[in-house]
Design a binder for this molecule. Structure first.
Ligand code: S3P
Length: 169
């Protein structure tokens, strides 16, 4: 028997996946699962430590393995890492295994929200803005490819974005 479907959030760093995800999970009685936290729990290493030791390619291997295992289960709200959609197998599984909400955010909002963040290895550099623009250009079509619903988080507080998702789900 197929397990119950999941609600899956995709979108870039700083889109509010964790904050909005927790609210949506509570609203729908789903177990909240943060894919990055699952990687930390599985490996016993922090995300920055994994990047330091194995680089981004090594992190992506762990991400694919852990996310793949999570997606086999059902009844969860899964908040995926911003780069999970880079892998074609991940995209296929994400689409198959749940209803997918893309939380969109502008680079300006990302910069404001992640100003003091030290937990995202890909942003620990001086040209953050440039990096975020390049990521957005490359990844936006990938998020759209998997999404059943897109919500622009620039326009709303987390509570409002959650309410918007609830009425459209
Ligand atoms: C990444 C996003 C992060 C985390 C890692 C890489 C990315 O997750 O997986 O730092 O490539 O955009 P969040 O989107 O939850 O911050």
């Amino acid at each position: 028997m197929n397990p119950a479907p999941n609600l899956i959030l995709v979108g870039p760093m700083g889109a509010g996946k964790t904050c909005i995800g927790r609210r949506l999970a509570e609203r729908f009685g789903l177990e909240f699962v943060d894919a990055d936290q699952a990687i930390v729990d599985d490996t016993g290493s922090s995300i920055p430590a994994i990047f330091d030791n194995l680089g981004e390619p090594g992190f992506r291997v762990h991400e694919k393995r852990v996310l793949g295992a999570l997606l086999q289960r059902g009844g969860q709200l899964i908040s995926t890492g911003g780069g999970a959609v880079l892998d074609a197998d991940n995209r296929r599984l994400i689409r198959q295994r749940g209803f997918v909400v893309y939380l969109r955010v502008s680079v300006a909002s990302q910069l404001a929200r992640l100003q003091r963040d030290k937990t995202r290895p890909l942003l620990q550099r001086d040209d953050r803005e440039q990096v975020l623009h390049e990521m957005a250009a490359f990844r936006d079509p990938l998020y759209r490819e998997v999404a059943d619903l897109t919500i622009d988080t620039d326009l709303y507080t987390p509570a409002e974005a959650t309410a918007h998702a609830v009425v459209r789900l």
